[in-house]
Ligand binder design. Structure first.
Ligand code: 13P
Length: 341
């Protein structure tokens, strides 16, 4: 595969494919395993991810996989590095490189993502281990009086510093400024989400420009424009699609090859339907696809339940979800396909 950043970015948003976000940190994967009453051991984490990476849909609907540091170094039960399973399926291995969102000093209720110190050296090692793209997630919450300009600006600046370092190291940066739909309050309506997302994305692209990031060699991973999960009035899928596309058109330069959404707490089907409606509104200046964690894995995790005898059923559940989202990336998903054999 080509090592050019532009080519890797294009591969990540190839027609009908999207990204599997399997980069849950040790804390997050423990929460996921708690839901199926399974201990979060290194072996269980390996078995779970190996099950996903060996699924047939990896070849047809998944362009890249975001890994956590541990997974990038792990081997399958038969000794094959997990990275090689991903490559054999024709997908690009990626790596989460931020060190998590921490309380931002002086800004109560807000967070700043850490991980820039020593990042240049870590990226060099990740490239040697086979990663060709990276992810950094900034978290912007909405509540009374927040976000503040200080928080939006600091997070956008860190994203731009990270993106520039990635490109220097030969990795495509996935730039993820997530305006939360499931923060501690999450009672904002869709129009407030629009306003904050527009502000955040404008600030991020200003910072990317100032940091001399090549837009052709990156992928944006934003939230959809959507009401908070506790909002009394939830927006329809048509409204989410229309407002998200409008917001992105007014903030994301056409030089960016693709936008891969996070699912952020939407139900599996909601995340698929919204994406499909947006693609059906085309032509659009960039590819629109998925980089889902929960909305791609929830059904598979449940079907697996940590038991070897459930691997085939779990892979079927994962394949189905990946296929539905692959169709949504082309604007071709329909509700009746969810139940069709
Ligand atoms: P969700 O799709 O579960 O929001 O996860 C995507 C992700 O990678 C968040 O950083």
């Amino acid at each position: 595969m080509s090592e050019r950043l532009e080519d890797i970015a294009q591969a990540l948003v190839a027609d009908g494919k999207g990204i599997l976000a399997a980069d849950e940190s040790s804390g997050t994967i423990k929460k996921r395993f708690d839901s199926i009453a399974l201990d979060s051991t290194e072996e269980n984490r390996r078995d779970y991810r190996e099950m996903l990476f060996r699924s047939p849909a990896m070849k047809t609907a998944i362009s890249g996989v975001i890994l956590y540091d541990e997974t990038l170094r792990q081997k399958a039960a038969d000794g094959t590095p997990l990275v090689d399973l991903i490559k054999a399926a024709g997908a690009v291995p990626g790596i989460k490189v931020d060190k998590g969102a921490q309380p931002m000093p002086g800004f109560p209720g807000e967070k700043i993502t850490e991980g820039l110190d020593g990042l240049r050296g870590r990226l060099e090692e990740y490239h040697k281990l086979g990663a060709r793209f990276a992810k950094w997630r900034a978290v912007i919450d909405i509540a009374d009086g927040i976000p503040t300009w200080g928080c939006v600006k600091a997070n956008a600046h860190a994203l731009a510093r990270y993106a520039a370092l990635c490109q220097e190291a030969g990795l495509v940066p996935i730039v993820e400024p997530e305006v939360l739909m499931d923060g501690p309050t999450a009672s904002h309506d869709i129009d407030r989400c629009y306003e904050v997302t527009e502000w955040t994305l404008n600030t991020v692209f200003d910072e990317l420009f100032e940091a001399r990031v090549m837009l052709e060699g990156m992928v944006l991973k934003p939230n959809m424009v959507i009401a908070g999960k506790n909002a009394p009035k939830q927006a329809s899928a048509a409204e989410v699609a229309e407002k998200t596309v409008r917001c992105l058109k007014s903030t994301v330069p056409a030089a960016v090859p693709g936008i891969a959404f996070l699912s952020g707490g939407q139900s599996d089907e909601q995340a698929t339907e919204n994406l499909s409606l947006m693609n059906a509104m085309g032509p659009l200046p960039w590819k629109l696809t998925f980089s889902y964690g929960r909305a791609l894995q929830a059904a598979a995790l449940k079907a697996w339940g940590g038991k070897r005898e459930n691997v085939a059923a779990a892979q079927r559940a994962f394949d189905h979800r990946a296929r539905m989202n692959g169709l949504a990336a082309k604007g071709l998903w329909r509700a009746d396909l969810e139940t069709a054999a």
